[in-house]
Design a protein around this ligand. Structure first.
Ligand code: KIV
Length: 271
């Protein structure tokens, strides 16, 4: 049975029903109108306007530099392209940690100015106050635990998180807390598959994994990575479905050749 096929719009309720029925949730990132049209045509369930735009689009080394204005710019373009998917937007670094009023203001700006359907925030107990405040305004919040790239300078590396029992215990507790607060779902990034399974079984909200194994309620990847547009990122969890980088280089080389040899434009490609 497919819950998602039967609805016009994916909502937080649809996602809970998908978890209950065992239908896996497919989520991918989107940052611009054209890519979001492709995701829309493919019938994706959730589009994440991820702060990975900081790496993929802006070329920064980390997700930290991207601003709220830039996230709103990306989200606005994505929302225009989409009929059905739930669009969730990352609150960027520095716009919600340690100040719940600022967090609420940031989330309201995203919702008002972009038309997106929810926000995603990295962290557990330490951002509890901000989550509660945003939820109290009726804004759906998605959590993000495990490897949280906005804390990369605390972790020091992008290696697998929560391999040690102490960190796993905190993660389990944070997941339960986030559910109790009322978040719509949680992204678990780069943690052992058996820990992700345990978490997914312990809560009734959808758990979406990235590098968290198969025993969760859905998967998310960075679209530019899974399409092979980026070509310098090869983590074990990434499946590349095509290689747009190489095919694009070939196509552009052919174009250059055609221009230089005056093969392009031909008699039918002119007025
Ligand atoms: O910003 C992003 O793309 C993300 C995913 C890796 C989950 O947060």
């Amino acid at each position: 049975m497919s819950v998602s096929k039967d609805v016009k719009r994916i909502t937080t309720k649809t996602l809970i029903k998908m978890k209950k029925s065992g239908e896996k949730i497919a989520m991918l990132t989107g940052y611009d109108f054209s890519m979001a049209r492709i995701l829309n045509a493919a019938d994706i369930d959730i589009i994440l306007v991820g702060d990975s735009a900081s790496n993929v689009i802006a070329g920064h080394e980390t997700t930290l530099p991207i601003t709220l204005d830039q996230m709103i710019y990306h989200a606005t373009s994505v929302v225009k392209a989409v009929d059905k998917a739930f669009v969730v937007v990352d609150l960027p670094f520095g716009t919600y940690q340690g100040d719940s009023q600022r967090a609420l203001d940031s989330a309201i700006r995203i919702m008002k100015e972009s038309g997106a359907h929810g926000v995603k925030m990295e962290g557990g107990k330490e951002i509890q106050e901000s989550i509660v405040r945003i939820l109290s305004a009726g804004i759906p919040v998605m959590g993000h635990l495990g490897l949280t790239p906005q804390s990369i300078y605390k972790f020091g590396t992008y290696t697998v998180r929560a391999k040690e029992e102490q960190e796993a215990k905190t993660l389990r507790k944070d997941a339960v807390l986030l559910e109790q607060l009322g978040v719509m779902g949680i992204v678990l990034e780069k943690i052992p598959a058996m820990l992700a399974k345990e978490v997914a079984e312990s809560v009734s909200i959808p758990i979406i994994g990235i590098g968290a194994g198969p025993h969760v309620d859905g998967q998310v990847l960075v679209t530019h990575d899974m399409l092979g547009i980026t070509n310098e990122f090869h983590p074990r969890f990434l499946r590349k479905y095509t290689n747009v980088f190489d095919t694009s280089v070939e196509a552009i080389k052919q174009y250059i050749k055609d221009v230089k040899s005056s093969d392009f434009p031909n008699s039918e490609e002119q007025y």
